[in-house]
Design a protein around this ligand. Structure first.
Ligand code: FPP
Length: 247
């Protein structure tokens, strides 16, 4: 049966964030190297964006490369960068056709020049799309993002553009890489690991967390919808009591 039919389209999360984990273990289980796993991860990326778009999720953010991932063997880092460059180029026509607006968060200035160029081109070419925003977290670390926000806010205070009293949660939001995105409603992590791994810590304050044993290269639309159905069966109270929630 089509799992999509079980979804209440009135209560779809606005923003879904995904920690795509398990590429290495997937490859190893097939007697292949880790890079083979990353290459086979692209179908899962495509399926997730498509699944999200079909039920009107407005934003999907993928943890593609963390600040810590730079410590991996050079061969693997290079392969991931090539994969990023080639897949962005290859997918551009479909992004345009499907109304996907591409966005990036993280220290993208640390990426190889060629990756920066392709990324900027794709962001520019898709900037007027409105169906769904697809954000790639690249050289991303949440603590680094928060430190960066604090530095920028401090500069404004020193320059008297902002007073200490004026600093609110909104000020912090506006200085994060995600300033133009809604808070995360649902976070999915694959491969049976139960961690957040320095991903969108501020933005996930009230997110529902969903963990699955599926390894990322095996993740398909039906698995994405399983997560959405699970999310819809939960009651989000935001600190209130059940009785106060009207939905
Ligand atoms: C985690 O698996 C995955 C990554 C660190 C990289 C994510 C990259 C992709 C999904 C492929 C390319 C993406 C784009 C956007 C082009 P792991 O290597 O940590 O797996 P393991 O935990 O089994 O070793």
């Amino acid at each position: 049966m089509d799992k999509k039919l079980l979804i209440n389209l009135q209560r779809v999360p606005k923003h879904v964030a995904i920690i795509m984990d398990g590429n290495g273990r997937w490859a190893k289980s097939k007697g292949m190297n880790r890079i083979f796993g990353h290459k086979n991860a692209l179908t899962a990326v495509r399926e997730s964006v498509e699944a999200a778009s079909l039920i009107n999720v407005k934003a999907i953010t993928l943890y593609a490369f963390s600040t810590e991932n730079w410590k991996r063997p050079k061969l693997e880092v290079d392969a991931l960068m090539s994969l990023l460059i080639n897949s962005l180029k290859k997918e551009l026509a479909d992004f345009i056709k499907n109304g996907v607006k591409v966005n990036a968060i993280g220290c993208t200035e640390n990426l190889p020049k060629k990756a920066q160029k392709v990324l900027n081109d794709v962001i520019f070419e898709t900037k007027n799309n409105t169906k769904i925003t697809l954000t790639f977290a690249l050289s991303y670390g949440s603590r680094e993002e928060i430190v960066n926000a604090i530095k920028n806010i401090s500069k404004k205070v020193v320059n008297k553009e902002l007073s200490e009293k004026e600093i609110t949660e909104k000020t912090i939001n506006n200085h994060l890489y995600t300033f133009n995105l809604p808070n995360v409603d649902l976070m999915i992590r694959t491969s049976g690991e139960y961690r957040i791994s320095n991903f969108l810590l501020w933005q996930m304050a009230y997110a529902e967390l969903y963990f699955t044993d599926i390894l990322w290269p095996d993740f398909r639309k039906e698995h994405f919808y399983d997560a959405i159905i699970d999310y819809q069966n939960r009651e989000r109270r935001f600190g209130k009591t059940s009785e106060q929630i009207t939905d």
